[in-house]
Design a protein around this ligand. Structure first.
Ligand code: MG
Ligand code: ZN
Length: 524
């Protein structure tokens, strides 16, 4: 029975003319067999709202004939908010946040799969495996990165990716699709390209001789390294390990520009492949899909890049909605681990509006002329037309002249820098956060010349991307408050059986949301 007809039944209060057997719905939430969890890393309400604004208001919007999947999902389902704060502090990182979702318990900053006391606790994926469900993890970053790792590993720090790779293989997950080959190949990468058809350059960074690719094959996994083999090997019930990049997968702008020329599957294609494997599970499945580079773009304060990451995740959500459209046993949850960047579309003094004559009686005696630049829809197209992420632009610039930077911003963005701006973007200052020892010793002694709130831009030289992005922000009509995360409660968009939707919406905390997802899928 379709969900819509279930809703219809529930709404129907008139007495039935013919007695019928009552539909046995079982206990209130027993209908959820499959749970598909989307995590937009760094996707706060501002980011989701930006996708909606772009879709509805950009003159060149690709959504002329239908809303983004996330908006359709919320429209047909329900939505709520969830607070994300960690057990001991106030602002969460991706490891702690995904751990709280995976365990259904408060956790600690930068830890993987541990509770607030440092104790390993079973994740929803591990509990699902123990109950005979099939499971999968998909990410457009790399498999051992914090978000997917938190569902299948237990480590005191997110940086322990070699150890995480070992535990992920031991988790029993049927589908593992992302980047991160470097943590699965033995030190030095011994004859990797002779043994496997790997179409991308690989640097094996493991600090030991463990060959996890061989181990995966011994465990019955098929291996895929490109789009074609992913398509061929994604068969019902066939365990599948897909590693499509040495480290992180390609950014969404480059993927869009070079789609036909690349061997890398898209996030949507990986989602479809995962569903191809999992859909024949006799007991149901749990699948987590991460849009992980929304966060990377937002750390860089790169609005154009972020928009394309949101579009990439939305295309994957669309695939899941299409897959689940005729089912009443599947719950789709779209949420985030936190907001990144303190992002906003904002009004300013940048281009003050000219007076306009309006026909309405209210303007019979004066023109319409707001006092501020409240934003122009054409800017959304200009933002979307960015030709590559700003970090890639700065990589190409490679410490060149201010004139060269002006030229690059002219060809690759609709917001060219002036020469003075370019000179400022290229200038540096003493880094007040550098220390001779400890974690801060990794920071360089100088940092990009961010003048205010520089403590929120801890990324060393990489923060130059933020400096460039913030220099053009007023022309884009946007603002960025930080190069890190904020406490902003994140949206929870759900679609599926109504009792389950009710349990996940309202105002939650991620530990509670995680616990309720486990109850709905595994306990009821
Ligand atoms: Mg992540
Ligand atoms: Zn982040």
């Amino acid at each position: 029975m379709r969900v819509s007809s279930l809703l219809l039944l529930a709404a129907c209060t008139a007495p039935r003319p013919i007695p019928e057997p009552i539909v046995n719905a079982g206990p209130p939430h027993s209908q959820v067999r499959n749970l598909i969890l989307f995590i937009g890393d760094g996707m706060g309400p501002q980011q989701v709202g930006f996708l909606d604004l772009y879709a509805r208001r950009a003159p060149g919007s690709p959504f002329a004939s239908g809303a983004p999947a996330m908006m359709r999902l919320a429209e047909q389902g329900m939505s709520g908010f969830s607070a994300t704060d960690p057990g001991r502090e106030l602002v969460v990182d991706s490891a702690c946040s995904a751990t709280q979702l995976a365990l259904g318990l408060p956790s600690l900053s930068e830890v993987i799969g541990l509770d607030v006391h440092g104790e390993p606790q079973p994740t929803i994926l591990q509990r699902a495996e123990a109950k005979g469900l099939w499971t999968g993890l998909v990410s457009d970053t790399r498999l051992t990165h914090a978000t997917p790792a938190s569902f299948a590993a237990h480590q005191p720090h997110r940086s322990m990716e070699d150890e995480i790779a070992v535990q992920m293989l031991a988790s029993g997950a049927e589908v593992l699709l992302s980047g991160g080959l470097r943590h699965f190949a033995p030190q030095g990468g011994a004859d990797l390209s002779e043994r496997y058809p790997i179409p991308y350059p690989t640097t094996a960074t493991r600090r030991d001789e463990l060959d996890l690719l061989k181990r995966a094959e011994e465990q019955g996994y098929q291996l895929a390294f490109d789009r074609q083999s992913l398509r061929e090997k994604a068969q019902p019930g066939q365990k599948l390990l897909g590693l499509f990049a040495s480290s992180g997968m390609t950014d969404a702008i480059t993927v869009r520009e070079k789609l036909a020329a690349t061997d890398e599957p898209t996030l949507r294609e990986m989602t479809i492949a995962a569903l191809d494997v999992l859909e024949s599970s006799p007991e149901g499945f749990f699948l987590m899909v991460e849009g992980g580079q929304i966060d990377w773009a937002a750390h860089a304060n790169d609005t154009g890049w972020m928009l394309h990451e949101l579009l990439r995740l939305d295309a994957a959500v669309d695939a899941a909605m299409t897959w689940a459209a005729d089912r009443d046993d599947t719950l789709i949850v779209v949420t985030a681990d936190h907001e990144t960047g303190g992002f906003g579309v904002s009004y300013s003094m940048f281009e003050l509006p000219e007076p306009v004559e309006l026909p309405g009686a209210g303007f019979a005696d004066r023109p319409y002329q707001p006092s501020y630049d409240f934003g122009k829809p054409e800017r959304l197209d200009a933002i979307a037309n960015q030709r590559r992420p700003l970090f890639a632009l700065l990589d190409e610039h490679d410490g060149g002249t201010a004139e060269a930077l002006v030229a690059l911003t002219t060809t690759d963005t609709a917001f060219p820098l002036t020469l003075t701006e370019a000179q400022r973007v290229l200038s540096s200052r003493d880094n007040p956060h550098h220390r001779p020892e400890g974690p801060q010793s990794r920071l360089p002694q100088t940092m990009p010349n961010i003048q205010e709130l520089e403590a929120y831009y801890p990324a060393g030289e990489r923060a130059r991307t933020s400096l460039l992005a913030r220099t053009i922000a007023h022309r884009q009509g946007v603002t960025w408050a930080t190069g890190t995360h904020t406490h902003t409660p994140v949206p929870v968009l759900v679609w599926g059986p109504e009792p389950a939707m009710r349990r996940l919406t309202g105002w939650r905390h991620h530990a509670e949301l995680g616990a309720r997802m486990q109850e709905i899928l595994l306990d009821d």
